[in-house]
Write a protein of this length. Structure first.
Length: 206
């Protein structure tokens, strides 16, 4: 039988930088790839006896892979989160800040809900207050970043949500290290809130 452990999970669209952030913030060293779809299954990395970091495959379409692949991965993620939500004090939703607006607009024009909006809503439905890491900010300038943050807040209808949702949105660069201490602190705060502060020290800049 699986021994009980607490999980911190990283979730988001393919290629958003989930595995890269895990690399930066923990002792786990998951596979990072240039192409979307590098992480192919849910992988739990033990950081301590009762504490694991979980790298989740990209949520959404991957060019060159059949839609059955996308559906199977989504089903796996849904089951995993539903079964384990009570042991997940922190859920980090990673977003590629460089492509958020373009990708979302493209889908919205086709009448499809943007993936990051759908995913955030799904996490809220499971009663998470997601920590949102808008990643890859080294690839965009300040004004584009401000637009992207505002765009995301509008996507999730932030004015209808509690202030903690707003306070849990952060802009980072896994590549350059920008704002990673702040992301580390947000995750640690969630561990404290769940009274598992003994694991805080495993979330650290490596
Ligand atoms: N410029 C830039 N590139 C980044 C950043 N974070 C990640 N990348 C790059 O983005 C690509 C995807 O990174 P991964 O960490 O594998 O992304 P992922 O979300 O785990 O991707 P999947 O497992 O395919 O869903 C790699 O080429 C990374 O080097 C960042 O902050 N800035
Ligand atoms: Mg990955």
């Amino acid at each position: 039988m699986h021994e009980f452990a607490w999980y911190v999970v990283f979730i988001g669209r393919p290629n958003a930088g989930k595995s890269s952030l895990i690399h930066r913030l923990t002792a786990a060293k998951p596979v990072i790839g240039k192409k979307p779809g590098s992480t192919r299954k849910i992988i739990e990395y033990p950081l301590a006896k009762k504490f694991r970091i979980v790298d989740i495959p990209g949520w959404g379409k991957i060019h060159g892979r059949p839609s059955t692949y996308e559906e199977r991965i989504k089903d796996e993620i849904l089951v995993f989160l539903e079964e384990n939500k009570f042991r997940i004090p922190a859920c980090v939703h990673v977003i590629d800040a460089k492509s958020l607006i373009d990708v979302s607009e493209r889908l919205a024009k086709k009448g499809i809900i943007p993936i990051d909006q759908e995913l955030y809503q799904f996490l809220c439905d499971l009663h998470f207050i997601p920590i949102v890491a808008l990643n890859k900010i080294d690839k965009i300038d300040k004004s584009a970043l401000a637009c992207t943050v505002a765009y995301f807040k509008e996507l999730i209808d932030i004015s209808t949500l509690s202030p903690e949702h707003d306070a849990s949105i952060i802009t980072v660069s896994a590549r350059k290290g920008d704002n990673l201490p702040a992301l580390r602190d947000l995750i640690r705060k969630r561990l404290r809130a769940a009274s598992v502060e003994e694991f805080e020290r495993y979330i650290k800049l490596s």
